[in-house]
Design a protein around this ligand. Structure first.
Ligand code: SF4
Length: 385
């Protein structure tokens, strides 16, 4: 990028002028990663100061049985496969209770598209989880699952959501988005929930007062222009509804054991740490109407996650004890759990102030800020994967 365009983009960002598709493509093409990070950090600091938010949550997957075979997914199992499972309602409640300690505030629940489970199962699980853990927010289901429930129940999404909200649903998850551009999507997604239905369902959810996340699966066969298109679609929807609370770039993962279900690994490498930082920075700059950008550290490793806090991210996913979808695909030895103290150390070591939040991004507690560097070096620091 020539210096004239750099200055032009700086001026736009600093004056609050919205960046265009071409601007986004140009930002991805720059070789000057430090400049890009500084620009994104300015915006991140303007919006969120030196705070890094986190929440204490657990991930729960009710079933890994799925009728679809998405090309990036190591989690899916077909009915009858030896490690296919589906939890009975009591099992889900028992597992959730076992995760309850240490101030759990959120359960994050996503599942395969099970071909024979009845619709009634899902509100029943939510109702019983809510009865067992009344103070824990239930953030459940992707738009893909809600679309699936429409057919399963014979009800439109609005009624599906009403019933789930009545049973305790507080937020949808942001999954199922992947990459919306059809040129890429038709190669990687094996269900029929695409932009039209994904956006329709989030629009309905926002209309009911739910605030939802939005994700993007990057670092596979897509090109930077597809990422720009993805974010701009979401930005336009956000102009309309204001219901997205956070954007979450998710890095595509190869499988530790080269699971053949994850078919994309034969066609692509994974995004490097630098590409991850670039993606966080450009996302922060383009998505000017979403308050938060989250790094789900399990997919990036803690070093890249900590660096991303200076490249636009202001939210780290919390103390994840069990998240099978990602854990099955992680070949880097990245730990799959972190305590609150671990997380505080990572945030402070990166120079930020940790803030615990709830599912709606309301502040629960602000912790002490970063420890001065001299004091930090008095003790050996952990080297995070
Ligand atoms: S990503 Fe979801 S819908 Fe696709 S195969 Fe995996 S579990 Fe099924």
């Amino acid at each position: 990028m020539d210096s004239g365009l750099q200055r032009e983009l700086e001026t736009k960002v600093r004056s609050g002028e919205r960046l265009s598709y071409d601007d986004g493509v140009a930002l991805y093409a720059t070789d000057d990663l430090v400049w890009l990070g500084e620009l994104a950090h300015e915006v991140r600091t303007r919006l969120n100061g030196d705070r890094v938010m986190f929440n204490v949550n657990r991930h729960l997957n009710l079933t890994n049985v799925c009728t679809a075979s998405c090309a990036y997914c190591s989690f899916q199992r077909k009915p009858g496969e030896k490690d296919a499972y589906t939890m009975r309602v009591e099992e889900a409640v028992r597992l959730a209770r076992s995760m309850e300690g240490e101030g759990l505030t959120e359960l994050h629940i996503v599942n395969g598209l099970h071909p024979t489970l009845p619709w009634r199962y899902y509100p029943k699980v939510l109702r019983e989880l809510k009865a067992a853990l009344p103070d824990v927010a239930l953030k459940c289901f992707t738009a893909t699952e809600i679309h699936f429930f429409e057919r399963l129940s014979g009800m439109p999404a609005s009624e599906v959501l009403d019933e789930l909200i009545d049973a305790g649903l507080e937020s949808l998850t942001g999954g199922g988005a992947e990459i919306f551009d059809w040129e890429v999507r038709k190669e990687i997604v094996d269900h029929d929930t695409h932009w039209e239905d994904w956006s329709r369902i989030h629009r309905i959810a926002h209309g009911k007062g739910l605030r939802t996340p939005a994700t993007m699966l990057y670092g596979h066969i897509e090109e930077p222009r597809h990422r720009v298109d993805h974010v701009l679609r979401l930005r336009e929807l956000q102009d309309e509804t204001g219901g997205f609370v956070v954007f979450i770039p998710l890095r595509y993962q190869h499988d530790r054991d080269h699971d053949p279900r994850n078919r994309l690994q034969d066609r692509t490498t994974m995004a490097s740490g630098a590409e991850a930082l670039r993606t966080f920075a450009v996302s922060r700059l383009l998505f000017d109407n979403v308050p938060h950008v989250k790094n789900f550290w399990v997919m990036h490793g803690l070093t890249t996650a900590a660096l991303s806090l200076s490249f636009g991210a202001d939210d780290l996913d919390g103390s994840v004890v069990e998240y099978k979808i990602t854990h099955d695909a992680d070949r880097f030895g990245t730990p799959d759990k972190m305590t609150r103290e671990d997380l505080l150390t990572v945030i402070r070591d990166a120079g930020f102030t940790p803030v615990e939040r709830n599912t709606r991004y309301e502040v629960i507690r602000t912790f002490d800020g970063p420890v001065p560097l001299r004091e930090r070096r008095a003790e050996p620091q952990p080297i995070w994967a």
